[in-house]
Write a protein that binds this ligand. Structure first.
Ligand SMILES: Cc1cc2nc3c(=O)[nH]c(=O)nc-3n(C[C@H](O)[C@H](O)[C@H](O)COP(=O)(O)OP(=O)(O)OC[C@H]3O[C@@H](n4cnc5c(N)ncnc54)[C@H](O)[C@@H]3O)c2cc1C
Length: 417
């Protein structure tokens, strides 16, 4: 008999899952049985989303009891089951391999992160879904399909929001391991920060800017440089001075939970902002994020800054990053290099929902796309209008899941699925 546990809430507690219990299949046969007998089903992974993308009125299922396998072979790694980046990275490192990038925290699952287009920063770095070379999905009949770039469904499956089926394994492209040195700078004036965004964000492997949109004392430029990068001269040229031990991310005062600065170390110990063994970010928070064309970065930032006083009461910090273009149909970076404008809010659903339209209106002229795993209020037709291949995605999702088992309210509302 398949075990269960209470479904509870997402990581930050701003969303309570509708299903009281989550199914815990012990193997693929139990998973297949559960799927076949469900009218509606979604996977609950490491729960680091901030909306109902992973919820359902039917059954929730977790892969946490399934065997975990990590197989490194050449320039590929295949992960099976509920594997997190914190589990995956040391295995890759031991084999002399690495991922091209990581998000701000390693606590999240590979399947959940790639399903939603999770990204780090770096003008030459695509999001984590762009490293996917194959996904294995179990459909509503319990049959597993391997979908690689030769398969017509691949641009839908590599970033699929769980709409094609339960992802039982993900294969990722790896690169030779590399060393990163991180340093944080403060004191850069807003006009210098936004004078040449392309140059600033291309000045190292990964560049993140933290801001509260007005007070220069809160602004922070976090540079993660590889050995191949030049000295981070540009940030110094525009007035950046190194931050000491006391690191503030806007109104979040870090508590010894951030990754090391000032010394070189393996990629996975420096690229995330937060250490694997510590609580990431603030914990008591909600996040939102919007992606605009990098070419319009300065104008988009000015538009958000114009509504800074509206958002300020609920804002903890904003983070600005870049993501290289890819060709995945639902990717926030689909077809264009983007600036990612992120907001960490106080954990106040009503307060956040009240200010989001101001940000979304400000970014509407830039055809901003929302982060699939974070809070947004844009109507579905506005979201769909920013994605050239959304109809292709919907057609594949319907073909892959004729019974509609993996559809939910979020997919209906945002994609018309
Ligand atoms: C502190 C914090 C920091 C963050 N930093 C970043 C960041 O730097 N960059 C960024 O882009 N995002 C960031 N995020 C957002 C986060 O990366 C995404 O929301 C991601 O989707 C979380 O994955 P998860 O597995 O924890 O989420 P879950 O909510 O468990 O799953 C996400 C979605 O994937 C689906 N899914 C998961 N596993 C499967 C599967 N096996 N088969 C089918 N569907 C599946 C779920 O149903 C759900 O729809 C952050 C979130 C937090 C809380």
């Amino acid at each position: 008999m398949t075990h269960t546990r209470p479904s509870g809430t997402n990581w930050s507690g701003n969303h309570r899952y509708r299903a009281a219990e989550t199914l815990l299949p012990a193997d693929l046969d139990e998973l297949a049985d559960a799927i076949r007998s469900a009218d509606a089903l979604r996977v609950q992974a490491t729960r680091h989303t901030f909306n109902d993308v992973g919820d359902t009125d039917g059954a929730l299922i977790s892969l946490e009891q399934l065997p975990v396998r990590i197989e490194v072979s050449g320039d590929r790694v295949r992960v099976e089951g509920l594997v997190t980046f914190a589990q995956l990275a040391p295995v890759l490192e031991a084999e002399g391999r690495a991922l091209h990038n990581l998000g701000s925290l390693p606590h999240i699952s590979v399947a959940g992160a790639t399903a939603t287009g999770t990204h780090g920063s770096g003008s030459a770095n695509g999001n984590l879904s762009s490293a996917v070379t194959a996904v294995e999905t179990m459909d509503a009949t319990g049959t597993v399909h391997r979908i690689d770039p030769t398969h017509p469904w691949f641009p839908a499956a590599a970033l699929g929001l769980g709409a094609l089926g339960v992802v039982t394994a993900v294969e990722l492209r790896t690169v030779p391991t590399y060393t990163v040195t991180a340093q944080a700078y403060t004191g850069v004036a807003w006009e210098d920060l936004t004078a040449d965004p392309r140059r600033l964000f291309a000045s190292a492997h990964s560049v993140s800017v933290f801001t509260t949109w007005g007070d220069p004392a809160h602004d922070l430029v976090w540079i993660k440089a590889t050995d191949a990068d030049a000295e981070p001269g540009y940030v110094r040229d525009i007035g950046g001075v190194e931050v000491g031990a006391d690191l503030h991310l806007g109104r979040i005062r870090t508590v010894g939970n951030t990754t090391e600065r000032g010394t070189p170390g393996p990629w996975h110990t420096r690229l995330p902002h937060f250490r694997a063994e510590a609580l990431p970010s603030d914990g008591d928070e909600i996040q939102s994020e919007y992606f605009v064309p990098l070419d319009a970065a300065a104008e988009a930032l000015a538009a958000v800054r114009a509504v800074a006083s509206t958002i300020d009461p609920v804002l903890l910090v904003s983070e600005l990053r870049t993501v290289a273009a890819d060709d995945l149909w639902l990717s926030p970076a689909s077809g264009r290099d983007v600036l990612a404008i992120h907001f960490t809010w106080r954990n106040d659903n009503a307060g956040v929902a009240a200010v989001l339209p101001a940000v979304e209106d400000a970014l509407a002229p830039f055809a901003a796309r929302p982060h699939w795993g974070k809070a947004f209020t844009m109507p579905g037709e506005t979201v769909r209008a920013t994605l050239a291949h959304v109809d292709d995605f919907v057609a594949v999702a319907r073909a892959a899941d004729a019974r509609g088992v993996f559809r939910n309210a979020f997919l209906g509302r945002t994609l018309g699925l």
